[in-house]
Structures are given as C-alpha cells and as structure tokens.
Design a protein around this ligand. Structure first.
Ligand code: HEC
Ligand code: HEC
Length: 399
C-alpha cells in the first residue's frame, strides 16, 4: 500500500498529521479517537435509523487515509488540517450527513451536494448553479472539492476570501443565493433551531461530541473534516505514479512516463510537466504534482482582459468530470482551456509573469494540434473513479 511513513511526516514538523499517521497505517474502519465517547448503538438512535442509512455502532474510516508513495513528505506538508480539528471517523460522518442534507437550506431543496456532486468531481455541470429559490443562480462557477485539503490557509473560494475550510463551510448556508439562511431568514440561529427539531441531529451530535448541543462551530468542524477527506489518490495518473515514483532516481519523479498511459497521454504529461524554455507548456509551475492543487504564488491566468483580481484554481484532480472551466465558467471544454493557454491569454495587471512570452506579452505557445490533444488526454487521466463512487461520499439519506 506504500503509505508515507511516520518518519518522513515528523520531519515536516506537522504534528497533527504525524500523530495521525503514527496511530498506524492500515487501520480498520471503526477507529475511536482518544477522548471521544463510546459508540451508542443504532437501537438507541431511532431518529438516525429512520432517516439515514448509517449505523452508529460502526463508522467508516476517514481518520486514516492511505497516501500512496508519491504523496511524499513535500506533498503532505501542504495539508491544511488544523491541530484543533483533526479528522475523526465520527466527525467526518456527521459532515457527510450535513453535506447531503437538503434541510440545511431554507427551502428544503438544496444541499451542499446539489452543487458539489460526487459523480462530477464534487462540482457542477451548470455554469452557475441554481440557488434555493427559483431564478437565483450563483455568481461564480461551483468549484470541485478534490484535494481542497492541500491549500494553504486563507485560500478558500475562487478569490481566496475565506480564511479556512472551517469558516468557509457555513458561508453557503448563510448565502442569500445558495441555501438561504441569511439575516432575512433568521440567520444561522434559525437553522440551528430547525436542526434541534430534526430527530437525527441531536443523536448524531451526541455520538460525535458527547452531548447533543448543535452549534455553528461544531457544524463547521464536521463539514471541514468531511471535505478534507475528499483526497484523490486513485486516478490513472496516481496508479501510474505509484508504479514509477522514486525521487532518488533521476527521471523517476512525478512526471516520469507512465506504463499505464497511451503515447498521447504520456506526451501530454511531458508537455504539462516541462518548462516552456525546454519545449513544454509549463503547467506544472502552478498546478503542482501530486495533488494538482494550485501553487500558492500563482497570480492570474488571464481569463479576462484587464482584470486586476487574482483567482485560485481547484485541484485539477477530476477536472474532466464536467466543464465549464474557470471562475466565470467561460471555457466550456478542456480543449478550450488548452486553446486559452496556447493562444488566448489576455493581458492585465494581475497576469502571472510565467504566462508571458520572452517579448513580455501574453504567451503564445503555438502547439501542434496533436500536442494540444495530448494535453487534454493527459488531463483526463486525473479523473478519479474511486472517489466518484466511494460509498463514504454518497448520500446517506433514506428520506
Ligand atoms: C448553490 C450551489 C452551492 C451550494 C448549495 C454549495 N456550494 Fe460550495 N461552492 C459553490 C460555488 C459557486 C463556489 C465558488 C464560490 C466563490 O468562489 O465565490 C463554491 C465553493 C466552495 C468551496 C471552496 C473550494 C475551494 O477550493 O476554495 C468549498 C469548500 C465549498 N464550496 C463547500 C460547500 C459546502 C460545505 C456546502 C454546504 C454547506 C456548499 N459548498 C454548498 C456552490 C455551492
Ligand atoms: C501562472 C500559473 C498558471 C499556469 C502556468 C497554468 N495555470 Fe491553469 N490555472 C491558473 C489559475 C490561476 C486558474 C484559475 C483561473 C480562474 O478561474 O480565473 C487556472 C485554471 C485552470 C483550469 C481550470 C480549472 C477549473 O476548475 O476551472 C485548467 C483545466 C487549467 N488551469 C489547466 C492548465 C494547463 C493545461 C496549463 C498549461 C498549459 C496551465 N493550466 C498553466 C494558473 C495557471
């Protein structure tokens, strides 16, 4: 299984993660976190049994993800898990319920999963997602959530306005477009009252936190644990990397040719991973391996001429599950994205210097049609069918 060792993790100084892995790789599903209360049986939780397919006697494993060998210490140091909110099986299970619960919207129609669909890379095919009431749509395209765990604090949302994943998670609930618990609808406290009256939440909060109190802080922690568990390690790219990765051997890094790839996919990978000065397309400078999260120092990629704002990109894991692309959903397909980098970049004050040519103007790669197709083929290998069908991220509701 090739999980990273406790030794490499400790070298990073990330104590929470070190502790987590030191607890043991290959842990079984039902892990009890130190300090958490013993499991109450499903029989004593009639509300949970009535509404959900969960059994409070056994919890799925979220606390001990198995990272493949190419998720090395350098990758894991970018884990944004907080020491005050380490992922537990119970906490993430509560997060799963919250994430899929349409009753968290004013209209009982929208859950987080409505816009972050498991089969669509935890994203949405609509350019702008429908809100809680007819006619309302989001101002930006819904983001995929794969590997949100590997972004520095202060980078949540396209424009990086949310300081943490914890803080982010209850923003859509209070949005007057998305889930509707804005000031006019009583705010988060109206939702907390609603949740108290739903039979399953007091039981679930008790199973996770030891008492039935439902608070925004507890919701944020559980939702953030769940989103952090959406780690993508089983794309075809990962399968190939697991076979080839050996950073000690020149040519066997993350960008090494993959035995399970077609010639075009390997060519696309080479273009993606090679700098422009060496005949590549230079994508890896910003979309970093193995997480394909965006480098923290990335500036704009020139989607709109003259735009002074800087946006992030979600991890490219699962990117081919559905378009459209970019914060404004302006590029419908991956082919259009490659055309953008090839000859469509617009100039503006925030354009990243790495996307300029030697003449200082926005780059023109002038790739051949075969190379453009190869880049698209490569990005499709980042699709993660295991995550798209993992029962731990499916809808747990019976009704
Ligand atoms: C109506 C559609 C919709 C709903 C419902 C919704 N989201 Fe989102 N989500 C979006 C959009 C659109 C964005 C990008 C918004 C922006 O940047 O302004 C986003 C962004 C995010 C991000 C930021 C990802 C990143 O990498 O920065 C996270 C995390 C997230 N949503 C989690 C949630 C959670 C948790 C819920 C439920 C409590 C939820 N979303 C409900 C549409 C939705
Ligand atoms: C200088 C940094 C940088 C480089 C180099 C770069 N990108 Fe990006 N990329 C970004 C940023 C920033 C965004 C998000 C922009 C937005 O939404 O406004 C993005 C978005 C994307 C998206 C859309 C993601 C989504 O979920 O909508 C894809 C696909 C993508 N880039 C592929 C590539 C490819 C292929 C290359 C190489 C040809 C490349 N990028 C080079 C910074 C970069």
């Amino acid at each position: 299984m090739g999980s990273s060792t406790g030794k490499t993790i400790q070298a990073t100084g990330l104590t929470a993660l070190g502790l987590l892995l030191a607890l043991g790789c290959g842990g079984t599903g039902a892990t009890t976190t130190p300090g958490s209360t013993p499991a109450s049986s499903a029989a004593t939780a009639p509300g949970v049994a009535e509404y959900l397919t969960l059994d409070l006697a056994t919890f799925s494993n979220y606390a001990q993800p198995t990272f493949p060998v190419h998720y090395d210490s350098q990758a894991l140091v970018t884990d944004n898990q907080l020491p005050t909110n380490v992922v537990t099986d119970r906490g993430a299970t509560l997060g799963r319920v919250l994430f899929h619960d349409r009753r968290l919207s004013v209209s009982d129609t929208l859950s987080c999963a409505s816009c972050h669909q498991q089969s669509l890379g935890m994203g949405d095919s609509a350019t702008f997602s429908a809100g809680f009431a007819p006619g309302l749509v989001t101002a930006a395209h819904a983001m995929r959530l794969h590997n949100a765990r590997f972004y520095a604090p202060g980078t949540m949302f396209w424009d990086k306005r949310a300081p943490s994943l914890e803080f982010q998670t209850t923003q859509p609930i209070q949005s007057s477009v998305e889930m509707g618990f804005d000031a006019a609808h009583g705010g988060i406290s109206a939702l907390l009252t609603k949740m108290q009256s739903l039979p399953y939440y007091p039981e679930l909060f008790k199973a996770v936190y030891g008492d039935a109190a439902i608070t925004e802080d507890r919701m944020q922690k559980a939702l953030a644990q769940y989103v952090r568990s959406m780690v993508s390690t089983h794309s075809r790219w990962d399968d190939g990397a697991a076979l080839t990765y050996n950073p000690a051997v020149p040519g066997k890094g993350a960008g090494a040719p993959k035995p399970n790839f077609t010639a075009s996919e390997n060519r696309g990978q080479q273009l993606f991973f090679t700098g422009k000065a060496d005949g590549g397309a230079g994508c890896i400078a910003c979309h970093t391996a193995p997480t394909f999260a965006l480098a923290p120092n990335s500036l704009s990629n020139g989607v709109t001429a003259g735009d002074p704002d800087i946006y992030k990109s979600p991890s490219l894991k699962g990117v081919s599950a559905t378009g459209p692309y970019m914060h404004n959903g302006s590029l419908a397909t991956l082919e259009a994205v490659v055309d953008h980098y090839d000859h469509g970049i617009q100039d503006g004050p925030a354009l990243d210097p790495r996307l300029r040519g030697p003449n200082g103007l926005p780059q023109r790669l002038n790739l051949s049609a075969a190379d453009r197709a190869a880049l698209v083929d490569f990005m499709k290998t980042l699709q993660d069918p295991a995550l798209a069908t993992d029962p731990r991220f499916s809808n747990p509701f019976k009704k």
